[in-house]
Design a protein around this ligand. Sequence first.
Ligand code: OGA
Ligand code: MN
Length: 230
Amino acid sequence: MKVLLAVLKQIYKPALCTGNPRCLSSGATSGLLPLGDEAPMVGSSPELVQKLRSQVEVRTDFITEAEEAAFLRELDPGLKKKRYEFDHWDDAIHGYRETERLRWGAACEEILNRVRSTAFPECSQLLGPVHVIDLDKTGYIKPHIDSVKFCGSTIAGLSLLSDSIMRLVKEDTPSEWLDLLLSRRSLYILRDQARYKFTHEILKNEESVFNGQRVPRQRRISVICRNLPG
Ligand code: OGA
Ligand code: MN
């Protein structure tokens, strides 16, 4: 257990992110273009949104309230025994506790199999343990790129208990960015360039605004499946 958690810690590789990638005040000239009815994404330009469309997915209401409750029943007792960590300034995450889990009860296993078959090709070798991050209401995840040493081309995450904003920023061109509205019970999938060339982060409550609309942050639990490097 200890060793695996140590490995997962190395997933976090903070990357430099300069400048404010989004402009809240202007309308038509801001480039904040909603992608369409289904995809809760806005980005720095329509071209970028279009380009990333195949590499970034957000599936709203991927799980039901009952399925969310099943995860809570399974995860909450263990999480509650840990304390939220706030004071590691060099950490990529602030205000969190985490765990990873290899074996799940039947209800959760079934949901996770749905996540796996949705996000990964059948032949894909997955990272055994599923990673769980419990972010306090005041917690957030700073911009980083997951370690290429430990994880492959695809990251798939369920969001429980709270809506949140995930921001992607191109590592070498910070003016190129994409905001995803991760609604409670949604599934997001990052693939390929979106995973390797863009940092991702979860915005703190004070900055949690999507396309001009406030998205209040509550405690948020994410359940993340990854594949192994190819
Ligand atoms: C991570 C990460 C996002 C999330 O753990 O590397 O980016 O949804 N998590 O919790
Ligand atoms: Mn990450």
